[in-house]
Design a protein around this ligand. Structure first.
Ligand code: RB5
Length: 143
């Protein structure tokens, strides 16, 4: 199950993400927002991130205008590693090295074609499992 969260700036791109996930036969839970009416990205970023942190969803996709505000929000929640990606190399590396569990996209920066390629890369790349990366991920949670 993939958790989805966006604000008004990310709403249109999120509709493309949903259609793409449906085409791939992947289940998602949409935590809103549900229209292009102006809203506050932390509200929806938190809901989606909490679903991933609790284990209700394995991964998540977050979208706002830049991807910045919503990724900052998600990364405040313990256990969330949200990566803002504007290219496929970053999406691949953040799965392999950081075991990122949420992908953030900036809808005003990244066009839909590239965004969906980034999404596929993120979803299809496994964590490397290498000791040095696991060690560094554990250090993130240390005080
Ligand atoms: C909304 O105008 C915009 O600030 C938001 O989508 C996002 O870019 C914030 O980081």
């Amino acid at each position: 199950m993939i958790a989805l969260g966006c604000d008004h700036g990310g709403y249109a791109l999120m509709q493309e993400v949903k259609a793409h996930l449906e085409k791939r036969g992947l289940e998602y839970k949409d935590f809103g927002t549900y229209s292009e009416e102006s809203c506050d990205y932390p509200v929806f970023g938190k809901k989606a991130a909490q679903a991933v942190a609790s284990g209700e969803c394995e991964k998540g996709v977050l979208i706002c205008g830049t991807g910045i505000g919503i990724s900052i929000t998600a990364n405040k929640i313990k256990g969330i590693r949200a990566a803002l990606c504007g290219d496929c190399f970053s999406a691949q590396a953040t799965r392999q090295h950081n075991d990122a569990n949420m992908l953030a996209l900036g809808a005003r920066i990244t066009g839909p074609g590239l965004a969906l390629m980034i999404l596929d890369t993120f979803l299809d790349t496994p964590f490397s499992g290498e000791e040095r990366h696991a060690r560094r991920i554990a250090q993130i949670e240390e005080p």
